[in-house]
Design a protein around this ligand. Structure first.
Ligand code: GUN
Ligand code: ZN
Length: 438
């Protein structure tokens, strides 16, 4: 990193950004500049254009030349559970057994603030190394676990979304339950403490209908009504067994989505994770209210959940974000997650274009989190969260990229095979946090 990252700085290299949505406008939604530049000042992007033009316009500014590397927006991971960092890649279970065997015992440890601080710091360091600059994270039922993550992100100048996971039903184990009232009170206090402070956004977080009573869902719906600008995150129709379980616990509900809808938990600003096995009514309602769906492909294959219908849902214009779902997902890397999204779409006979993949991981996820005017793209006025991709980071990738005829063919091998070695640099909030100038 340059010595003084706070001053204005001009990054030069290839630059890829979006003027539209490639799922709607096709590849022309992307703008690629072979010899481009991005001017960063005061934590924001001040100018974007040709390298020669910007060098001439800002002759006194420090230049960091990234050569042939590709500058894109920092990755936005729209659904994670930071407390599951330590149990990622746990073997052999499907969703409900996986929660009971691995997840819930680990989440109990977050009653200890010191442990929460340690894992929050580790998680943010690990993901920054992979180029992730924004996450939307579940915490645990413990308010301390939320304080730990927000405090760690605030110290790093990071834009994140987080919320206290709420579970009051006896389907959750002893030691990992709140009540309808305490979930309301604790979430409200956390909203007042953190929402809108620096770059922090609160999300009301009922884990999913099976671990909440109707009273708790109603209390959280009321809270959301009282704080309409916060987000709401939960899980929806991830596994077939889970959907059967929801039907048995909520016999009056028309479908899984109705368990949220009936209690004020369905509207714009709602983030619905997984959303694989949707009925037509659910799709229609999600579209009508302009809700966001979050695709978690490595999780859906790792836990054996199913294949998200990207082609069908993106055609309906829904806001769709991309996410690792750490630690149900099997990787911290959004590059690996893009590869998995490609593979899942292939199994549904719909090859996603490289432009669509990188859009999902940046502007698409930002749009799902309703932050598309702040992060996820490169444009004047936006916050300076950037990733610099080395498109030849390993010999495997380089030998394929060397025969590319255009930027998409040059980028695709990195999306399919890249790891943290492809993340040459990361700028967050206008400050260089990984990498050296080349
Ligand atoms: N459904 C409810 N909780 C979870 C979780 O922690 N991970 C995943 N993948 N699905 C869930
Ligand atoms: Zn999840």
């Amino acid at each position: 990193c340059p010595a003084d990252s706070q001053a204005a700085v001009l990054l030069t290299g290839q630059v890829l950004r979006f003027g539209g949505d490639p799922f709607v406008d096709g590849v022309s939604a992307a703008d690629h500049n072979r010899v481009g530049a991005v001017l960063i000042r005061g934590g924001h992007i001040a100018d974007v254009g040709d390298a020669a033009t910007l060098r001439a316009a800002y002759p006194d500014v420090t230049v960091v030349d990234y050569g042939d590397h590709l500058i894109v927006a920092g990755f936005v991971d729209a659904h994670v559970h930071y407390p599951q960092t330590g149990i990622i890649a746990s073997w052999g279970k499907r969703l409900i057994d996986w929660l009971n065997t691995y997840t819930f015992p680990e989440e109990m440890r977050f009653a200890d603030r010191a442990y929460a601080d340690e894992v929050a710091a580790r998680y943010l360091d690990l993901t920054l190394n992979h180029g992730t600059t924004t996450v939307a994270s579940y915490c645990t039922i413990h308010p301390e676990s939320v304080d730990a993550l927000f405090a760690a992100a605030q110290a790093r100048g990071q834009r994140i979304v987080a919320g206290k996971t709420c579970m009051d039903r006896d389907t959750a184990p002893d030691g990992l339950r709140d009540t309808a009232q305490s979930a309301y009170d604790d979430s409200k206090a956390l909203i007042e403490r953190w929402h809108g402070v620096d770059r922090l956004t609160y999300a009301i977080t009922p884990r999913f209908s099976p671990t909440s009573t109707p009273d708790q869902l109603r209390a959280l719906g009321t809270l959301w009504g009282e704080h309409p600008n916060v987000l709401m995150q939960t899980h929806l129709s991830e596994q077939v067994d889970e959907i059967e379980w929801v039907k048995s616990l909520y016999p009056q509900a028309r479908d899984y989505l109705d368990t949220y809808e009936a209690y004020g938990l369905l509207r714009a600003g709602g983030l619905y994770g997984h959303a694989i096995h949707l009925e037509q009514r659910e799709k229609d309602r999600l579209k009508e209210v302009d809700a966001s769906l979050i695709h978690c492909p490595t999780s859906n294959t790792f836990i054996g959940s199913g294949l998200f219908d990207m082609a069908g849902l993106s055609a309906e214009g829904l806001r769709i974000g991309l996410a690792t779902d750490t630690g149900g997902g099997s990787s911290f890397s959004m590059l690996r997650t893009m590869a998995s999204a490609y593979e899942v779409a292939q199994l549904r006979h719909h090859p996603l274009h490289a432009a669509e993949l990188i859009y999902l991981a940046t502007a698409g996820s930002a749009r799902a989190l309703r932050m598309e005017d702040k992060v996820g793209n490169i444009a004047p006025g936006m916050e300076a969260d950037l990733v610099v991709l080395d498109l030849q980071s390993t010999t495997d990738i380089a030998q394929r990229a060397a025969r590319a005829d255009d930027i998409w063919e040059a980028l695709f091998p990195t999306l399919m095979m890249g790891d943290d070695r492809a993340i040459a640099a990361v700028w967050m909030n206008g400050t260089c946090r990984k990498g050296v100038s080349v």
